[in-house]
Write a protein that binds this ligand. Structure first.
Ligand SMILES: [Zn+2]
Length: 401
């Protein structure tokens, strides 16, 4: 096997220490899932023939340099360009776009050790490219790799759907009175998404012992110190230094806000529907703690792809549009996802697995319909047979126990 699953435990001094809730298992073992076994074989054979195997290729290097140049080039123009306030604010806003292209295309792959075989190199690239965007790299990886990836869309396991008072993203979370208007106020709240990460979420996560499926978390002191240092650097280079270089403080603050609003919308309107659309499933554990189907079936049932075989979308969105490929093979660099999506779609059709794909626009509309639905649908119970049957009807008919 030339790739591994998403949740290989990290080791070493800087690895986070935590316990994973052990009661959650999948009803079907991956080894007994004919769909996933056949898919893995095909993907392995194809990756073996690639020059760098599952890792990045020369295209990645080129676009990495390109997107980093856009980001730091705009910053240099802010500092030394002597432009008007309007142009300066637009340059800040452009950093919201290029910053997210860096996160999509470089940081996310590095976070999954998918760039090269060197874990140290991946880590250095991840920290150096992600921390300057304002969100703490260490905490984001903890959440993304150890909580979201193993159990997407599972209540109390996927941190992405837990603990959100204002927006209800899962039918398995309680319905509150104000949720009936979430399809109206949600799009406005989305503008604050990355600001919330920078100012609130990172700090709240730092002090929490339990996080979704993770228990008794102990952060390494080096990472805590690193986060404080990274935050200080972030505010210094984006706010303090430009003001110190003579830019008006109001221009800098408006520019900073513009960066975050642009980055937030760019991120959410191209990513949130990957798991939060009408077509995505929200599987429930049974009374013994089992999720239906296999891990692989779970990943494909909870992901919604848009234009998964498009090389243009892949180039700009780092394979987030081929989300099933990413969740099934998270340690494979996204440059291979176009081909992997071909394999997934073929095998899914052959084995009767429902692979969900649509256009970006259709996925976006589906997300807002999903928001509306969840503002009105009551809490699903553990014994909601209709939902369970609906889920299992999406799966491989011959593979269920
Ligand atoms: Zn990921």
């Amino acid at each position: 096997m030339i790739f591994s699953s998403a949740f290989v435990p990290e080791t070493g001094y800087f690895a986070p220490k935590f316990q994973v809730m052990q009661t959650i298992k999948f009803r079907v073992n991956n080894r007994d899932d004919a769909f996933f076994q056949a898919l893995q074989k095909e993907v392995s054979t194809w990756l073996d023939k690639q020059k760098n195997g599952r890792y990045a290729n020369i295209l990645m290097l080129g676009k990495g340099v390109l997107f980093l140049s856009f980001f730091w080039g705009a910053y240099a123009l802010i500092l030394f360009g002597g432009f008007s306030s309007i142009v300066t604010i637009l340059l800040y806003a452009s950093m919201g776009v290029s910053g997210l292209l860096i996160a999509f295309n470089i940081s996310h792959d590095a976070c999954h050790d998918a760039l090269t075989s060197s874990k140290l190199f991946n880590k250095v690239v991840y920290y150096l490219t992600f921390n300057p965007l304002g969100t703490d790299a260490y905490l984001w990886k903890l959440r993304h790799v150890h909580s979201h990836h193993p159990f997407p869309n599972v209540d109390h396991c996927d941190i992405d759907i837990d603990n959100n008072f204002l927006i209800r993203l899962s039918p398995n979370r309680p319905l509150l009175r104000h949720h009936r208007w979430q399809h109206v106020y949600g799009p406005f709240l989305y503008a604050l998404y990355t600001l919330h990460w920078v100012f609130i979420k990172d700090w709240a996560y730092l002090f929490r012992k339990d996080l979704a499926n993770l228990r008794d978390i102990k952060h390494p002191p080096g990472e805590v110190f690193g986060m404080i240092a990274a935050k200080a650097f972030y505010f210094f280079y984006l706010i303090v230094l430009p003001v110190g270089m003579g830019l008006h403080w109001a221009t800098v603050l408006i520019g900073f806000l513009a960066l975050h609003v642009v980055m937030s919308y760019f991120f959410l309107l191209t990513n949130i529907m990957n798991h939060h659309a009408q077509e995505a499933d929200f599987p429930m554990r049974d009374e013994k703690g089992y999720l239906p189907g296999s891990w692989a079936q779970h990943q494909i049932a909870t992901c919604v792809d848009f234009h998964p075989k498009s090389r243009v979308w892949n180039f700009f969105f780092g394979g987030f549009n081929s989300h099933a490929a990413h969740h099934l093979f998270p340690t494979v660099c996204h440059v291979h996802y176009v081909m992997l999506s071909e394999f997934i779609i073929d095998k899914a059709a052959a084995y009767g697995v429902a692979h969900k794909q649509m256009s970006w626009w259709a996925a976006l509309l589906s997300h807002f319909r999903h928001l509306y639905d969840l503002g009105h649908i009551p809490l699903r119970s553990q014994t909601d047979q209709k939902s369970q049957e609906q889920y299992e009807n999406h799966q491989v008919s011959g593979e269920q126990p």
